[in-house]
Design a protein around this ligand. Structure first.
Ligand code: NAI
Length: 297
């Protein structure tokens, strides 16, 4: 199967570095017109420099591809809307949105200021909503869209010192779970990526040998697939890194049911191991589906 993006317009946020750059280069190499968004700040989101987006646009053009730069932040509704407007002005439409922009402001919870908490939530979670909201009417009107949100194993599984980041990274999964239901009848697929890659976000956590195995471009094939016409899957979480690709899913155990009387605290205390047991389990795909199970329907 050869996957191409001819006549497709892709927005990649935070595409000036790391994973976003790799996603943008792969999409452009397969024919997509790519809006390379990046305000070019530091790892914590401070400062700005147009050079980050400009460099990637130049790389794409040098390889014979089509790209345009944008320097707006995703973390504000008006500037996020301008990212989408820049894509439409440059290329006439939008088909693909890769919400990749991200920052880190790690601290243990008591040492974290609420400003650092708010800003991380703004960039990762609200930024994803702002850009997607601005693109949504275009995708809906044309009855075609591919959206990727960028989650993280930090949010899915937990990581010390990242309460802000982990919360925001799981928030985008909740966002996806609901949005894919709204997109289904318009052929809009929404998926979440949980990447692992050596970038400026992670380079101080790993040895050079490990970093060499974790190139950002080893993640991008999964993102590009999720952005393709071939992709008919929606609402799922995909792990990718170091050449490893997998799917992540929540599972719920059969649990314990107290019927015919009000449950007591001891019903929980005496049965906690059985309640927690996941040796048999199920996946549910909407909240309604799970509520039916809770109700024993
Ligand atoms: P990076 O720091 O190399 O790239 C992030 C890019 O986002 C930067 O170019 C930055 O300028 C841009 N950005 C920051 N704030 C922005 C804003 N307000 N608006 C637009 N762009 C903004 O880091 P990396 O690793 O490439 O991260 C990409 C995404 O992948 C992030 O969402 C990150 O949280 C996520 N991620 C990365 C992992 C890894 O192992 N590198 C692991 C899990 C998730």
């Amino acid at each position: 199967m050869t996957v191409r993006f001819d006549n497709r317009v892709a927005i990649v946020t935070g595409a000036g570095n790391g994973l976003g750059r790799a996603h943008a280069l792969l999409l452009a190499s397969r024919g997509a017109k790519v809006l390379v968004n990046d305000p070019g700040g530091a790892r914590d989101g401070e400062g700005g420099d147009n050079a980050a987006a400009d460099r990637v646009v130049a790389e794409i053009k040098a390889a014979g591809g089509q790209a345009a730069p944008n320097y707006d932040s995703v973390a504000d509704p008006a500037s996020a809307a301008n990212i989408v407007k820049t894509a439409v002005d440059a290329f006439g439409t939008v088909d693909i949105v890769v919400n990749n922009a991200g920052i880190l402001r790690d601290k243990s919870f008591p040492n974290m200021t609420m400003d650092d908490f708010d800003f991380v939530v703004k960039v990762h979670f609200l930024g994803t909503a702002y850009v997607t909201h601005a693109a949504w009417p275009i995708l809906r009107q044309k009855a075609y869209g591919r959206i990727v949100v960028t989650s993280s194993n930090s949010g899915i599984y937990g990581n010390f010192g990242q309460t802000n980041y982990a919360g925001a990274k799981l928030a985008v999964v909740g966002f996806m779970n609901a949005l894919r239901l709204e997109g289904a009848k318009y052929n809009i697929m929404v998926n979440a990526l949980a990447p692992v890659a050596g970038t400026r976000m992670t380079e101080d956590l790993m040895t050079p040998e490990v970093l060499a195995k974790m190139k950002p471009e080893f993640v991008s094939p999964m993102v590009a697939y999720l952005c393709s016409e071939q992709c008919q899957r929606s609402g799922e979480i995909w792990a990718a890194g170091a050449g490893y690709f997998s799917r992540i899913e929540y599972r719920e155990g059969p649990g314990v049911r107290v019927a015919g009387r009000a449950p007591t605290l001891e019903d929980v205390a005496d049965n906690i191991e059985k309640i927690a047991d996941l040796s048999t389990n199920s996946a549910y795909h909407t909240s309604t589906e799970e509520v039916q199970v809770v109700l024993g329907a």
